[in-house]
Design a protein around this ligand. Structure first.
Ligand SMILES: [Ca+2]
Ligand SMILES: [Ca+2]
Ligand SMILES: [Ca+2]
Ligand SMILES: [Ca+2]
Length: 369
């Protein structure tokens, strides 16, 4: 018996000495607080939509053809809400001050009617319908940036039927169709960033279709057009990409969330201006979105990943070399967590999160401890 205890003690000591984690990290959040929204909430954006100094939420409810606005108070409660009717199948939201009147406007990607619909902020949380732009079949995800350097916000959109569309803003809330590109089969994720190190913003796109199953870069030329760049086979049906400098070398790295492969693939930027595809690591089922932040205060970036199929959210600790630790902490925030966003809702300096629960008409608010 003593021998068994000694062996156990030895095993734990060695594990501790070698810094091998065998416990998941502590949960950095308090218990989720649920707020009702519309049917099949799929995407959230945060901004101070009513100009009262606190962070508000806008939620795209794909199933009920509405956007829910949740107006925050500085105790991270959202007592005031508002519902805006949209067209069919709001799938994704972008926010930005598109008409440059200092109020954050919304753009709604309507998956069911192949268009982008602008909702212009009139102040006090009132939105009025603005311009509507026709686009390629089944718009799915978008990113906002000034791609042509004219100081007006532009939007890059991927449509599930194999298109990338650039919309160029004129600063009045109107957009004109720009470059149309072919990123690959079933593009579902898009982010912008300075991925090749020059001064023009680029795009990284996740292609979810089995004919592509890759991530591809589009290098910005600074005039609102892009040149097709490197393509990285992934084979695991990436659905989304996120970017941050995970290995702290001053260059943005990329992770792809592989919704069918139940894995995450790191792409670390290398000195040659390209990316080195690292080994996948295991994730929960059907990861859809992720955010990056140093949640445990060790100066390394961590991940929060929403896993729609396994009905949980993962907290994954990062290491300095751009790698991530096991085991992950998985916790429940509601059914079918599709999208997670971060913000400091209660203004206490600690990062909080909001999760859109696609299968239960709710948004979960989790306050950072
Ligand atoms: Ca507010
Ligand atoms: Ca505005
Ligand atoms: Ca522009
Ligand atoms: Ca907080």
């Amino acid at each position: 018996m003593l021998r068994v205890y000694f062996m156990l003690w030895l095993a734990f000591s060695v594990a501790g000495f070698g810094c091998v984690r065998d416990e998941p990290p502590l949960n950095p959040f308090r218990q989720p607080i649920l707020y009702p929204v519309g049917e099949s909430p799929a995407h959230i954006v945060t901004a101070d939509f009513n100009q009262d100094g606190t962070v508000d939420l806008a939620v795209a409810n794909t199933g009920s053809n509405t956007v829910s606005l949740l107006f925050g108070k500085n105790d991270a409660s959202f007592p005031e809400t508002q519902t805006i009717k949209t067209g069919i199948g709001p799938r994704w939201l972008v926010s930005g001050d598109f008409n440059e009147d200092q109020k954050m406007d919304l753009g709604v990607l309507l998956n069911g009617e192949d268009s982008l619909h602008l909702l212009m902020n009139m102040g006090g949380g009132i939105f009025l319908k603005g311009a509507q732009v026709k686009m390629e079949r089944s718009p799915y995800a978008a990113t906002v940036e000034d791609f042509n350097g004219d100081q007006h916000l532009d939007i890059a959109i991927v449509s599930r039927f194999d298109h990338l569309l650039i919309l160029l803003g004129d600063g009045t809330g109107k957009f004109k169709r720009g470059m149309l590109g072919d990123p690959g089969a079933i593009p579902t994720g898009i982010i912008s960033g300075h991925f090749n190190g020059d001064s023009w913003p680029d795009l990284a796109i996740a292609n979810n279709g089995s004919a592509s199953s890759d991530i591809i870069f589009f290098w910005g030329k600074g005039d609102g057009t892009f040149q097709k760049g490197d393509r990285y086979r992934n084979g695991m049906n990436p659905i989304a990409v996120i970017s941050a400098d995970f290995n702290q070398d001053g260059r943005p790295d990329i992770l792809s969330l592989n919704s069918l492969g139940d894995s995450i693939t790191p792409f670390l930027s290398n000195k040659e201006g390209g990316y080195t595809q690292e080994r996948d690591f295991a994730a929960e089922g059907g990861s859809m979105s992720a955010i990056v932040h140093d949640f445990n205060g060790d100066k390394q970036l961590d991940l929060i990943v929403s896993n729609a199929r396994s009905d949980n959210v993962s907290f994954i600790l990062g290491n300095k070399n751009g790698k991530f630790q096991f085991p992950h902490l998985n916790f429940f925030t509601g059914k079918g967590p599709f999208h997670v966003v971060k913000s400091d809702f209660n203004l206490d300096g600690r990062m909080d999160i909001a999760v859109a629960n696609n299968n239960e008409k709710s948004v979960a608010i989790l306050i950072g401890k």
